[in-house]
Design a protein around this ligand. Structure first.
Ligand code: SAM
Length: 287
């Protein structure tokens, strides 16, 4: 894991890529690779698979929850591009590419859309090239940085090259804030991002919750034993953490289980709340 404040942009050529790429730690699980495995991806190691298997032993529906979170994220991006008129996205905690990615969904609707991706996992950085294939009419950039250094992200040249902070931006915090324990002051991190957003911007976020499934806690404990700390939060804690400040106005239906957020009629029936165990919401800053 890179340290907070590190600011490595996606490299321009292979040589630079090798020189800048940090060593991937294959002996300890990473949240990006565990999530990739849960979603059926191939960019993971034995240590990630065994960590995911231990989580799944405690909480057998974990893959359903991961898929529902991903569906929520993409529904939210579609809403932002198609209905809210958003053209710019700042996606923190991007994850290993999982098609379709945020830029693919946004640029299918608005080819000129501009997306700045941010993550601190070396495997995500290694795939930055795949992430960065933008529609020529739009723009996509990738920044290797830690959410716990929000000033470095909102002040980075890369982010300002891709995004125009005079126009509305959708800040995406999908399935990342539960990796920030209370002692790392997640509310200050979120506030720094939200204060940097121009008027009329949006905030989309999702978060694991312990409220519907008692087995979430042993699953979280198993993950912690493998070195990944998580802090599941209740709906109230999540709403206060992300959506309480700067006059944010929640888009209906508000903070709900990710499976219930504007689920389309063509989608399969929603799994149970216990299986989903994650809340999501989307809110607008005053314009
Ligand atoms: C569960 S994945 C979510 C991926 C994607 N946002 C989604 O919802 O499908 C969490 C991502 O957050 C990233 N992450 C975790 N802690 C981070 C940190 N401190 N700074 C930046 N990224 C972080 C991980 O590397 C991983 O890619």
């Amino acid at each position: 894991m890179s340290s907070p404040g590190e600011d490595r942009t996606a490299p321009a050529d292979d040589a630079e890529c090798e020189a800048q790429r940090p060593l991937v730690n294959a002996t300890h699980p990473s949240s990006a690779r565990v999530y990739d495995y849960l979603l059926g991806g191939k960019d993971n190691f034995a240590t990630d698979r065994s960590a995911a298997d231990r989580i799944e032993e405690a909480f057998p529906a974990i893959r359903i929850g991961a898929l529902e979170n991903r569906r929520f994220l993409l529904r939210g991006v579609r809403y932002l591009a198609a209905e809210a008129g958003i053209r710019q996205f700042l996606d923190i905690g991007t994850g290993i590419p999982t098609s379709p990615n945020v830029h693919e969904v946004a640029q299918e609707i608005v080819p000129e859309a501009r997306i700045a991706y941010v993550d601190n996992d070396p495997v995500v950085l290694a795939h930055a090239r795949a992430l960065m294939v933008s529609d020529p009419r739009g723009s996509v950039g990738y920044l290797d940085a830690d959410i716990r250094a929000p000033e470095a992200i909102v002040g980075s040249d890369l982010v300002h090259t891709v995004l125009d902070f005079k126009e509305p931006i959708a800040l995406i915090l999908s399935a990342i804030l539960h990796f920030i324990p209370d002692e790392e002051r997640p509310e200050e991190i979120v506030r720094t991002f939200i204060e940097a957003l121009p008027p009329g911007s949006y905030v989309l976020a999702s978060h694991v919750t312990p409220e519907h499934e008692p087995r979430l806690r042993p699953a979280s404990a198993a993950y912690r034993e493998d070195g990944v700390r998580t802090r599941p939060r209740t709906a109230g804690e999540f709403e206060r953490l992300v959506f309480a400040g700067r006059g944010l106005d929640l888009v209906p239906p508000g903070v709900v289980l990710v499976s219930r957020w504007r689920r389309g009629p063509a989608e399969p029936p929603a799994p149970t709340p216990a299986e989903v165990s994650a809340y999501g919401g989307l809110a607008k800053l005053p314009g």
